[in-house]
Design a protein around this ligand. Structure first.
Ligand SMILES: [Zn+2]
Length: 295
């Protein structure tokens, strides 16, 4: 039976081909294919070996690799010096503990997520921003219960309403927008892959860190639009004053993060309050990125 284009489409693994193709994996697999095909050719006949090589190369072309699990194998066994030869900067496995404090911003800085400029302004590191973008682009469906279980380290998440999930039957988690849930699901995936002690964190620690990352997003995870950060002092009658910090996509109006804290805790948010209260976040311009989605 001739394989149809749809069959090829089903075999194709976009996460390992095209611009995602990994050069070290491809080189290792082509070498294995040549050895295998050579052995087949010696044992049987040269044309059969040549045919085997063609099949192997087609598999590598379509799937990105021949040997199942190659991306994990090269990640684990190819020394960093070899990966660097191929222009691959190995993912440094960071640790939040390395911060030596409980301050969430310091921990995110130790984890390679957040940069603090000389004047104390907080922003996402270029590396984390790029990995987050890649993770968001890779996702084909909107986040669901599986993502919530994974990001909140829950045994069971059950959808109770739009972007609302009950967690292990004892807690309700709710996100401000689809874009906010997408940001958390993607950020948690990146953190799991790059931060050594992420899996050991308590649920509340995880959620607090994810929320802070959302406050620093410069582009909307859903539409790529520019993000505006606002803050306000709320002084209700008969209650201690609070501060509220929130971010909104200027294109699709999605609320990405919305934090309210007692004014007595304002110190923990001071760096955000000072940074661009009235203007859209400038970090995109600062690192040469345009706000318009590039693709
Ligand atoms: Zn948006």
């Amino acid at each position: 039976m001739q394989p149809s284009l749809t069959d090829l489409g089903a075999v194709r693994r976009p996460e390992y081909t095209g611009e995602n193709r990994c050069l070290p994996c491809t080189v290792v697999n082509v070498a294995i294919a040549i050895l295998l095909a050579g052995a087949v050719g010696v044992v049987t006949a040269v044309p059969i070996g040549a045919a085997a090589l063609a099949v192997c190369l087609a598999a590598i072309y379509l799937r990105g690799y021949l040997v199942p699990g190659t991306p994990e194998l090269t990640e684990r066994y190819l020394p960093n010096s070899v990966l660097r030869l191929f222009g691959k900067e190995p993912i440094a496995t960071r640790s939040l503990e390395a911060a030596g404090t409980d301050d969430p911003w310091d921990r995110l800085a130790a984890g390679g997520v957040v940069d603090r400029s000389a004047d104390g302004t907080l922003s996402l590191t270029d590396r984390f921003r790029a990995e987050l973008r890649r993770e968001i682009d890779r996702r084909e469906s909107t986040p669901g219960a599986d993502d919530v279980e994974s990001l909140a380290d829950a045994t069971e998440a059950v959808e109770r309403g739009p972007r609302a999930y009950s967690i292990d039957g004892n807690r309700l988690l709710r996100w401000e927008s689809d874009a906010a849930l997408l940001a958390d699901a993607a950020a948690a995936s990146v953190l799991r892959a790059t931060v050594e002690d992420w899996p050991t964190l308590e649920r509340d620690e995880r959620l607090a860190l994810l929320e802070r990352i959302r406050l620093l997003l410069e582009r909307c995870p859903a539409c790529g639009g520019p993000v505006d950060r606002n803050d306000e002092r709320i002084d209700p009658c008969c209650q201690p004053p609070h501060i509220a910090v929130w971010t909104v996509c200027l294109d699709c109006d999605a609320v990405l993060a919305d934090v309210t804290a007692p004014e007595s805790d304002a110190g923990a948010w001071a760096e955000l309050l000072e940074a661009g209260a009235d203007e859209p976040l400038e970090a995109g311009a600062a690192d040469g990125l345009e706000y318009e989605p590039t693709d």
